[in-house]
Design a protein around this ligand. Structure first.
Ligand SMILES: NC(=O)c1ccc[n+]([C@@H]2O[C@H](COP(=O)([O-])OP(=O)(O)OC[C@H]3O[C@@H](n4cnc5c(N)ncnc54)[C@H](O)[C@@H]3O)[C@@H](O)[C@H]2O)c1
Ligand SMILES: *[C@@H]1O[C@H](CO)[C@@H](O)[C@H](O)[C@H]1NC(C)=O
Ligand SMILES: *[C@@H]1O[C@H](CO)[C@@H](O)[C@H](O)[C@H]1NC(C)=O
Length: 317
C-alpha cells in the first residue's frame, strides 16, 4: 500500500468524519460533492472540528490539526477526486437509485485495484454493485455516528466481493484507529441494526403493554445494560456472569428460552401507540432542544472515548 490517496464522495455529515479519520492517519484525502460551495463549507467545518478535537485531546494520530487540514483537498470533478485513489469511501445520501448512478460513474473512474466502500446504513451492497466491471472491489464500510467517538465499522461484502478486498479494507480501518468487524455475507440491517432493532422492538412492546413508561424503559439501557455494554458485549458478559458460557447456559438456558418465547411480536411503529411514545419523548426533549441534546450526547461519547483510551493505555503499559 504505497499509494496514500483516499477519495471521499459526498461531503455531508459522514463524508466529513471519514475525511478527518483518514487525514489523522496521514492519508491524502480528496473530497467531492455536487457543488464547489458544498465542498468549501465542508472543509471549513472540518477545520473547526479538527481544532475542537485537538482542544479536547481527542485528535487521532501524530499530526497537528493544521497538518491534518493540509492533507484534505476539495476537488471539482469526480474524476479528479477518484483518479489514482487507493480507496474510495462513498458517502452520498441513502437512496438506492442515487447510489446506482454514483457507482456506475465510479466504475469508469476507478483503477482495477481501487477499493470502493459504501457508508450505507441499510442498503445491501449487491443492490448497487452487481453489474459493475469492478464489482469484486466493492463492499460496505458502515460507520456509526459520530465515527470519531464510536469507532465500529461494519464491513459487509456482496456475494462477489473478493475476500482480499475485505482484508485490505479491514487493515485500513485498523490503521485509522477504527474498530472493524467483518460480516461473512450480506444480511438486511447488517449486524448493528439487527441488534438495535431487536432492542427497539422489545422497548416498544414494554411501552405498549404499559409495563414501563418511556423514561424508565430508556433507563434500563442507560443505567443498566448500557454501561456494561460499553466495555464488553452480551456474549462475554454471559461468560463472566457464570463459570463460563457453558455453565451460564446450564444455569440460565431454560429461563432465557422461556422468557424469550414471551418477547413481543414484530409490529409496525405507528398509530395511537406512536402518538403516546412520541408525546412522552417530546415532554423530555422538545424538538427545539434536539440540537442541544445531541451536542450533550456527543460530549458524553467523547468523554467515554477518552476513558476507554486511558483504560487501553493502562492495560498495555
Ligand atoms: N448520518 C448518520 O448517522 C449515518 C451513519 C452511518 C452511515 N450513514 C450513511 O452515510 C451516507 C451519507 O449520509 P450523511 O448523513 O453524511 O448524509 P448527508 O446528507 O449529510 O450528506 C450527503 C452528501 O452527499 C452529497 N451528494 C449528493 N449527491 C451526490 C453525488 N452524486 N456525488 C457526490 N456527492 C453527492 C450531498 O450534497 C451531501 O453533501 C448514507 O448512505 C447514510 O446511510 C449515515
Ligand atoms: C506515529 O508516528 C510513528 C513514527 O513515525 C508511526 O510509527 C506511527 O504509526 C504513527 N501513528 C499514527 C497513529 O499514525
Ligand atoms: C420453563 O417453562 C417450562 C414449561 O412451562 C416449565 O416447566 C419450566 O419450569 C420453566 N423453567 C424455568 C427455569 O423457568
Amino acid at each position: 500500500m504505497t499509494r496514500r490517496k483516499i477519495a471521499i464522495v459526498g461531503s455531508g455529515l459522514i463524508g466529513r468524519s471519514w475525511a478527518m479519520l483518514f487525514a489523522g492517519a496521514g492519508y491524502h484525502v480528496n473530497l467531492f460533492d455536487v457543488t464547489q460551495e458544498l465542498v468549501e463549507n465542508a472543509i471549513k467545518d472540518i477545520e473547526q472540528q479538527l481544532h475542537a478535537l485537538a482542544a479536547s485531546g481527542l485528535l487521532r494520530g501524530n499530526l497537528s490539526a493544521a497538518e491534518q487540514l493540509t492533507l484534505i483537498t476539495g476537488t471539482k470533478t469526480l474524476k479528479e477526486c477518484v483518479e489514482g485513489a487507493l480507496y474510495v469511501q462513498e458517502c452520498v445520501p441513502e437512496n438506492l437509485e442515487l447510489k446506482k448512478k454514483v457507482y456506475a460513474e465510479l466504475d469508469e473512474l476507478a483503477d482495477d485495484d481501487t477499493i470502493i466502500a459504501s457508508s450505507t446504513s441499510c442498503i445491501l451492497p449487491s443492490l448497487f454493485s452487481e453489474n459493475l466491471k469492478h464489482r469484486s472491489n466493492v463492499l460496505v464500510a458502515h460507520p456509526v455516528n459520530p465515527p470519531f467517538y464510536v469507532p465500529l465499522v461494519e464491513l459487509v461484502p456482496a456475494p462477489w466481493t473478493a475476500p482480499e478486498v475485505v482484508v485490505k479494507a479491514r487493515k485500513i480501518m485498523e490503521e485509522l484507529g477504527q474498530k472493524p468487524v467483518s460480516l461473512s455475507r450480506e444480511i438486511p440491517g447488517f449486524a448493528l441494526n439487527r441488534i438495535q432493532y431487536a432492542i427497539l422492538n422489545e422497548c416498544w412492546f414494554l411501552a405498549q403493554e404499559g409495563i414501563l413508561d418511556v423514561a424508565d424503559i430508556d433507563a434500563v439501557m442507560s443505567h443498566g445494560l448500557g454501561p456494561r455494554y460499553a466495555f464488553m458485549g452480551p456474549l462475554e458478559t454471559a461468560h463472566l456472569n457464570a463459570e463460563g458460557m457453558e455453565n451460564y447456559c446450564e444455569r440460565y438456558g431454560e429461563t432465557i428460552y422461556n422468557v424469550s418465547k414471551t418477547l413481543g411480536p414484530v409490529t409496525r411503529f405507528e398509530g395511537e401507540h406512536l402518538q403516546k411514545v412520541n408525546q412522552q419523548l417530546l415532554d423530555q426533549v422538545p424538538l427545539e432542544k434536539l440540537q442541544e441534546k445531541r451536542a450533550w450526547r456527543n460530549n458524553c461519547l467523547a468523554s467515554l472515548a477518552k476513558l476507554k483510551q486511558n483504560i487501553d493505555k493502562e492495560q498495555t503499559d
